[in-house]
Design a protein around this ligand. Structure first.
Ligand code: F6P
Length: 320
């Protein structure tokens, strides 16, 4: 029987994580659970950095980006010794289940820990990269793409006015989900992502061709895992002989006030995460699938997410 749970945020922060913490604490206490907040993710379990949270502990955070619990990538948790120490904290504080708010790295750690120590873990999908297999939308993705979109809309004004080419780098070390979404919504002329080898000759040929026909401003979005904006801008300038500027949006995409969608998803997922634990369904992940809250096997989320990259890329090109 589950009486006391602990909640933690791990990996890269995502806007809406605070709303998820609020949801876990408020819905958990409503369901008569005791809820402990763990600081700095797995590191906090290893080092016994946790304390009881109540209704008031999560006041005034729903509109804040980041995470009040702090987060980090903890290599020690990948070791047997680290996991033993984390488990000792769980036993000492009589914790019956864990809610892990994070992305695929966090889920992989939760899955291994849950299996090895038989502690029920439920993951709440939160990542600006939206790259968790089996889940269509994560907490934070909508906010991140809107942040990037605002920046690119601003760039469009100056790119058009000064008739320049811009290469804008967005986040996504291993996947182009942010780049593809933003390139489509911002009406960008091209996009370069890790999943698809770029044809620089074709990109430059299109630019020069467009230039001859009078089209002078271009915005090309690049996901960080596919190359750096300054390098790509340099190459385009060399190949086209046209003025090209580079911009790296970087970590601003991880911060900021979560959008209504990121908050709503967070609150709905947190309720389902608690319901999963109460129904003794550990080793699960909750996320948005086909527009609805869904519960999937944690193991399934560890596979590589497959998306129809060509269809998304072609739409961007047709609409540009
Ligand atoms: O949170 C995911 C992510 O934003 C990736 O898109 C990016 O590559 C990475 O985190 C950056 O991590 P760090 O904050 O460690 O630089």
């Amino acid at each position: 029987m589950i009486k006391r749970i602990a909640v933690l945020t791990t990996g890269g922060d995502a806007p809406g994580m605070n709303a998820a913490i609020r949801g876990v604490v408020r819905y958990g206490t409503y369901k008569k659970l005791e809820v402990m907040g763990v600081f700095r993710g797995w590191w906090g379990l290893i080092n016994e950095e946790l304390k009881p949270f109540d209704h008031r502990s999560v006041s005034g955070i729903i509109n804040q980006g980041g995470t009040i619990l702090k987060t980090m990538r903890c290599h020690e948790f990948q070791t047997k010794e680290g996991q033993e120490r984390a488990y000792a904290t769980i036993k000492k504080h009589a914790i019956d289940g864990l809610v892990v708010i994070g992305g695929n790295g966090s889920f992989s750690a939760a899955h291994a820990f849950s299996k090895a120590y038989k502690i029920p873990c439920v993951g709440i999908a939160a990542s600006i990269d939206n790259d968790i297999n089996g889940i269509d939308m994560t907490i934070g993705w909508d906010t991140a793409i809107n942040t990037a979109l605002n920046a690119i809309d601003n760039i469009r004004d100056t790119a058009t006015s000064m008739e320049r080419i811009f290469v804008v780098e967005v986040m996504g070390r291993e996947c182009g989900s942010i780049a593809l979404a933003v390139a489509l919504a911002a009406g960008c002329e091209d996009v370069i992502i890790p999943e698809r080898k770029p044809d620089m000759a074709k990109i430059c040929h299109d630019i020069v061709n467009g230039n001859v026909k009078g089209k002078i401003s271009w915005i090309i979005v690049v996901a960080e895992g596919a190359g750096s904006a300054p390098d790509i801008a340099k190459k385009i300038a060399e190949m086209t002989n046209l003025e090209t500027r580079a911009l790296v949006l970087g970590h601003i995409q991880r911060g900021g006030r979560p959008t209504a969608l990121s908050r709503d998803i967070a609150l709905n997922l947190s309720r389902t995460a608690i319901d999963c634990l109460l129904a003794e369904q550990g080793n699960r992940a909750v996320g948005i699938v086909a527009g609805k809250v869904a519960c999937v096997d944690l193991e399934k989320t560890l596979l590589k997410k497959e998306t129809d990259i060509e269809a998304a890329y072609n739409l961007i090109k047709v609409m540009s």
